[in-house]
Ligand binder design. Structure first.
Ligand code: SAH
Ligand code: SF4
Ligand code: F3S
Length: 460
C-alpha cells in the first residue's frame, strides 16, 4: 500500500476513535515558509480526522506547535508558550499537546521537553510529518506519550490533504533540506540533505491549486537554484520556473530562497522574459566582507555579489532585490561591517532582514574563536539596520506615481473601507475598497510612498 493511503486510513481511524465529537484544534507555527507549508499539511490532516479549527489555544482540544530553531529567540518563544499551555491542560485534562518541526530534531531539546514539560503528548520531527495521523492514533489508543524522531529520510510522501491559509495564494515545495552548511546555520542539521521533488509532481500540484482558485504561487526551497540534483529527469530551476508560470490560471510566481553562489544568468533571463514571474529576488548577502563570507562558507565574494546584483538590475530595472544580513559573526570587526554597508549602498536593497548572530549548538561557527560580546553585536546591528532602512525607504520612492498591477489580499485590518494588496515587487499597497474581491488583480496608482508601503487609488 502506498504511504499516503496508509495515512488516510489512520485519519479515518482517529475520526472513528473520536466518535464524531466536534473536537477543536489550534495550529501554532513558528519560522519560515517551509514551516507554514508543513502546518497547512498538518491542518489538512487534522481536518480529515474530523477536527475543527480554532485560533484560540485556550479553547482547543489539540494544539500543535510547529517549531523553528534558526535563532535562539525562536527557542525561547516556544518554551514560553509551552509554559502557558500547561495551564490550558489543567483546565481541560483531555487536551492533547503536540510538538513538531525543526527544534525537535535537536536531541538536547527533546531531552529538555521530556524532563521539564511532561504535559506534552506527542513529539515528532521534520522528516516524518506525513506520519502525524498514525502517531496521533497511537497516543489516543495508548494514552501514553509518543516520541518519534527520524534522523533522515529519502522519502517524499505526495498527495496528503492540506488546508491552505489563503484561497488565492499558496507555497509549493520544490525541494527539502539543504546541503550548503553555512557555518552559522542549523537548517542542514534539522532538515537533512537536499531532496528535490519530481517536476511532474510539482506541476501537478500547481495545476490542482490553479483549478482550486489559486492565482499566485511561491516555489519553496532553502536554495531553489540547486533544484534537480539527484533527479533522473533533471531540469534547471530556471526551466521549472518557466514551466510553473505557464500553468493555466497562475498569474504570478514567486520563489524563495536564492543562494548567490548558484543564481544563474539563465535564471535572470527567464525572469526578464516572463512577466508572470514576480519582479522580486530575495538574495541573502549575510555579509559584505570577503573574510567573513569565507568563514561563513558562503562560496562567493563581495565582488561576485555586486556583479550578480548589477546584472539583475541592468537586465530587469524594475526588480526589487531584498536580502538577509547577519551582524556579529565571530571575529567580525568594524572594517567588515564597513564592507557590508558598502554593499548595501551599492546594491541599494529594496528591503532587508537583519539578524544578530545567534550561536547554534552543533554548527561550526559555534566553536569558532572570537565570539563577540552582546554589545558589539548590537552596535553593528544598529548601524546596519539604520542603513538598510534608509536605503529601502528611498528605493520605495522610485515607484511613486506609477500604475501597478496589485493582487488584492484582503480587507485592511485597521480600516474596513480599505483593501490591501501587493505589487509584483512584493511591496504592500492600501487603497479604497471599491467592491473588488480578494484574490483578484487591480490596476492601482501608487499615490504616496509611506516608507515600506504605499497608499494608492484604483484606476481600473
Ligand atoms: N536558506 C536560506 C536561509 C534560511 S534561514 C538562505 O540561505 O538564504 C533565514 C536567514 O536566517 C538566513 O538567511 C540568515 O540570515 C539567518 N540566520 C540563519 N542562521 C542564523 C544564525 N545562527 N544567527 C543569525 N541569523 C541566522
Ligand atoms: Fe542555512 Fe546556508 Fe542552507 Fe540557507 S543555504 S539554509 S543559510 S545552510
Ligand atoms: Fe526555522 Fe526550520 Fe525554517 S529552523 S527558519 S523553520 S527551516
Amino acid at each position: 500500500m502506498k504511504e499516503n493511503q496508509r495515512q488516510l486510513e489512520y485519519m479515518q481511524k482517529v475520526a472513528e476513535h473520536n466518535k464524531g465529537r466536534r473536537l477543536k484544534y489550534c495550529s501554532v507555527v513558528f519560522g519560515c515558509q517551509m514551516n507554514e507549508k508543513d502546518s497547512e499539511k498538518l491542518s489538512g490532516m487534522l481536518e480529515a480526522m474530523g477536527y475543527i479549527r480554532t485560533e484560540s489555544e485556550a479553547e482547543a482540544d489539540l494544539i500543535i506547535y510547529n517549531t523553528c530553531t534558526v535563532r535562539e529567540n525562536a527557542d525561547k518563544r516556544l518554551y514560553g508558550r509551552l509554559g502557558v499551555a500547561k495551564q490550558y491542560k489543567k483546565d481541560n485534562p483531555d487536551l492533547l499537546i503536540c510538538l513538531c518541526g525543526c527544534m525537535m530534531q535537536e536531541e538536547h531539546v527533546v531531552e529538555k521537553i521530556k524532563t521539564s514539560y511532561p504535559h506534552v503528548d506527542l513529539i515528532f520531527g521534520t522528516h516524518n510529518i506525513f506520519k502525524f495521523a498514525e502517531l496521533l492514533f497511537t497516543v489516543l489508543e495508548t494514552n501514553d506519550r509518543v516520541i518519534d524522531i527520524w534522523e533522515k529520510t529519502d522519502e517524499i510522501v505526495e498527495e496528503l490533504p492540506a488546508r491552505r491559509k489563503y484561497p488565492f495564494k499558496s507555497g509549493v515545495n520544490i525541494m527539502f533540506g539543504c546541503d550548503n552548511f553555512c557555518t552559522y546555520c542549523i537548517v542542514p542539521y534539522v532538515r537533512g540533505r537536499e531532496r528535490s521533488r519530481k517536476r511532474e509532481d510539482i506541476i501537478k500540484e500547481i495545476r490542482s491549486l490553479a483549478s482550486d482558485g489559486v492565482v499566485e504561487i511561491m516555489l519553496l526551497g532553502q536554495n531553489v537554484n540547486s533544484y534537480g540534483k539527484g533527479l533522473d529527469d533533471s531540469v534547471s530551476f530556471a526551466k521549472l520556473l518557466d514551466e510553473a508560470a505557464a500553468v493555466e490560471g497562475i498569474k504570478r510566481v514567486r520563489f524563495m530562497t536564492s543562494h548567490p553562489k548558484d543564481l544563474s544568468e539563465e535564471l535572470i533571463d527567464v525572469i526578464r522574459d516572463n512577466p508572470v514571474i514576480a519582479r522580486h529576488i530575495h538574495l541573502p548577502l549575510q555579509s559584505g566582507s570577503d573574510r567573513i563570507l569565507k568563514l561563513m562558507n558562503r562560496h562567493y565574494t563581495k565582488d561576485d555579489y555586486l556583479r550578480l546584483a548589477d546584472s539583475i538590475r541592468t537586465k530587469i530595472p524594475d526588480i526589487s532585490i531584498t536580502t538577509d544580513i547577519i551582524t556579529g559573526f565571530p571575529t567580525e570587526e568594524e572594517k567588515d561591517v564597513e564592507d557590508t554597508i558598502d554593499v548595501i549602498e551599492r546594491v541599494r536593497f529594496d528591503g532587508a532582514f537583519t539578524f544578530e548572530y545567534s550561536k547554534r549548538t552543533g554548527t561550526k561557527a559555534a566553536v569558532m574563536d572570537g565570539q563577540l560580546e552582546k554589545e558589539t553585536v548590537q552596535r553593528y546591528f544598529d548601524r546596519v539596520l539604520k542603513k538598510v532602512q534608509d536605503i529601502s525607504k528611498e528605493q520605495a520612492k522610485r515607484f511613486e506615481g506609477r500604475i501597478m498591477e496589485v493582487l488584492i489580499e484582503g480587507i485592511n485590518e485597521k480600516d474596513p473601507l480599505m483593501l490591501t494588496g501587493r505589487i509584483s515587487q512584493n511591496n504592500v499597497v492600501h487603497f479604497k475598497n471599491t467592491g473588488l474581491s480578494t484574490g483578484s488583480f487591480a490596476k492601482v496608482r501608487l499615490d504616496e510612498c509611506r516608507g515600506f508601503y504605499y497608499n494608492g487609488t484604483v484606476v481600473s
